[in-house]
Design a protein around this ligand. Sequence first.
Ligand code: SF4
Length: 312
Amino acid sequence: MPEPDRIDYIGGSDVPDLIQLEPWGCSRRLYYSKLPVEQDFPFHGNYHTKRGQRLEEIAIEEYEVATGRWTYKIGFVQDPKRPWRCVHGDREQEGMDNKGMGLVEAKCPAVAGFSRIRMQGIPLAYEVQLQWGLGLLGHQWGTVVVFNADYWALIWKDYERDDELIELMLERGEESWRIILNDRLMGMQDNIPEPLPVSDRRCISCPWRARCKSLGDYGEEIGHEEVPEVAPVKDYSLSLLAGEYLDAHAAHKDAKDNLDELKEQLKALMGERIAVDAGNALIYQTLVKMPDKVIKAHTQKRIRVRGKKNGD
Ligand code: SF4
């Protein structure tokens, strides 16, 4: 049977939106995506998404070697009783005594995401996707596998089936799908869920942010930018360079996110200490006086990390 279009089912990656899971889920976004409503800023993937997909196989191989568990491909599965409920399962596995087959959900986040997971643990958004698959396949256990190729590092965690969460997701799924089909049939958007609060960070990169929140090209930053009101001249010879720029921009943002994340973690671990010798680096908390320019003059506390030299 051919695989249905993504707009015709709710899959595991839709579940954070389905249950509006903090910090990224939005049920209104699910509604827009399945009705479907045309995106204001279509996202066709970037090198992070491509790399993440290609690395999944490697993540599974590393997991098999590390745990000695065998895994098997499963692909797309549709609930025969509720065709709207589907899963793109990564793998099934065996290896847990007396528990039968389990499921594997593999993720390959970029450096900033992986670094956060290493400090804070596997996010709930990954677990709910695994539980969605367990609900559909009837397995009693599963594993979230997280791999990052830059660090060549692997994290995994086993989970038991959570019937209460599965039931909640099923109820929300039934209700949301009924509403979506009804509005599709009537050609209306009458039952669209309420939007998130005005300044919610989920909206900054949402593909429907213009119609939903009147946000522009770069979300909230657009307020400072004046886009010239002239019709663009077509010149597709620039597309290669433009593509490279977008990839470099995404890599730059990822590196900055990672640096910010690491600074926050160091700040928290430093506590009240002003200077720490970490063996490989000296870490200081410094005070920086900001002049009265764009914002009012104030003093900022900053973290500085300096690699140690001979004699330090
Ligand atoms: S703009 Fe915000 S509230 Fe609207 S659909 Fe997107 S994430 Fe949800």
